[in-house]
Structures are given as C-alpha cells and as structure tokens.
Design a binder for this molecule. Structure first.
Ligand SMILES: Nc1nc2c(ncn2[C@@H]2O[C@H](COP(=O)(O)OP(=O)(O)OP(=O)(O)O)[C@@H](O)[C@H]2O)c(=O)[nH]1
Ligand SMILES: [Zn+2]
Length: 196
C-alpha cells in the first residue's frame, strides 16, 4: 500500500535545505519553491510502496496463441538514484517469452514506472522488473535491458556527460546466449536495429 509522498513534510525539508545552502526561502523568488519541489517529489517517488503485480493481474485471452516473443522496446525510463537523489533516465526494453499468460502491452511500462519511481540503483531496478514478470506471468523467459544516464555521473563527481550505463537482467530461456542475442538485435540502437 502506498501511503503517498507527504508533501508538507517534503516542503518543510526543502525550506530547511534552502536555509542550509545560504539562500533565503522567504524571498519572492523562492517562497513557492518548497511546495513546487514537493509536487515534483510526489511524481518522482509515486512508486514507493506500489505493488507492480496489480498491473499483471489481468491476462489478455489469446486462446493459446501467445506468439514466441513479446518485446516492448524504448519504454521511457525515469528514476532517481538512491545515493544522491539525482535523476537517472533513459530507455527500458522489456521482453518475455510467454508461457500461458499474456498481458496488455500497457502493463509493461506501468510495471517499469512503478518500480522506477522510488529510490533505486539501475541494476536492482532491472532485476525487480524481471522478477515481477516471472511472478506475474510465469513466462518461459524474461530479458530486461536498461540504458540510462545518471545525473550523479553527468553533473557532479566524474562529470561524464556522454556516458550511459547499460544493464541486463534475464531469466529462463532468455538467459541463454543465442536467445538473448536475438532480442538484443531487436533493441539495437537506430539504424542497426533489426526489423521484425
Ligand atoms: N552500480 C550503480 N552505481 C550507481 C548507480 N547510481 C549511482 N551510482 C554510483 O554509486 C556510487 C556512489 O559512490 P559513493 O562513493 O558513495 O559516492 P560519491 O563519493 O559521490 O562517488 P562519485 O560519484 O564517484 O563521486 C558512485 O560511483 C555512483 O556513480 C546505479 O544505478 N548503479
Ligand atoms: Zn547517484
């Protein structure tokens, strides 16, 4: 159960943060900032306490004709790193080989969002998406590829502006190298991408 982000408490903390950096939270420019940040945090952390299984509960009837592979590629990925509370963003590609259950396609971005909108690290996020699909769909295989740039890597610390982290989580038949390579070819960037 998601108790939701306590906006008032976030706003009070942001006000304190503004004081701590030497800014004046009562100035005309900053007076509404704590509330604005609280609204932003409510979006960033909307997935805290949300059970992704709710999005996988309703199967689509396909009368056994599941096809061999379902892939949603280029799902927008927005998360927040748990080390610095800075955004990391990019794309999620989610594939599964159906067992008997197939869900509506929109369920996959919803699972990604629910697990991403909380303090995260990229590797754990990928594993949690894969595990949610295993639990909810009992598929033959799962492959989750995440590619993201991290604010804490691009804008502070090492300041590697172009660097992207790519992580893979796999289960079952899609952990097998040839099957994995087939899916990776489908999610290759731009012109190198395989057409189905
Ligand atoms: N593996 C992994 N590391 C992450 C992720 N997000 C941020 N990090 C890294 O977590 C590490 C945190 O390291 P710390 O030594 O605690 O923090 P730091 O001193 O700010 O590290 P620097 O970023 O190197 O300055 C850094 O190397 C970050 O780049 C993630 O999703 N996965
Ligand atoms: Zn970080």
């Amino acid at each position: 159960m998601n108790a939701g982000v306590d906006r008032g408490r976030v706003a009070r903390a942001v006000r304190e943060l503004l004081v701590a950096i030497g800014a004046d939270p009562d100035s005309a420019e900053l007076s509404a900032t704590p509330e604005r940040v609280a609204e932003s945090y409510a979006e960033f952390f909307a997935g805290v306490g949300v059970d992704p299984q709710q999005f996988l509960a309703d199967a689509i009837p396909v009368d056994g004709e599941t096809g061999e592979l379902v892939l949603m590629r280029d799902i927008a990925l927005r998360s927040v790193c748990e080390h610095h509370l800075l955004p990391f963003r990019g794309l999620a590609h989610v594939a599964y080989r159906p067992g008997e259950r197939v869900v509506g396609l929109s369920a996959l971005p919803r699972v990604v969002a629910a697990l991403a909108e909380r303090p995260q690290v990229q590797e754990r996020l990928g594993e949690q998406i894969a595990e949610a699909l295993v639990t909810g769909l009992a598929p033959l295989g799962v492959l989750v590829v995440l590619e993201a740039t991290h604010g804490c890597v691009t804008d502070r610390g090492v300041r590697e502006v172009g660097a992207e982290a790519v992580t893979i989580a796999s289960r079952g038949s899609l952990a097998e190298p040839a099957a994995r390579a087939e899916v990776m070819a489908l999610i290759a960037p731009g012109a190198e991408r395989c057409a189905l």
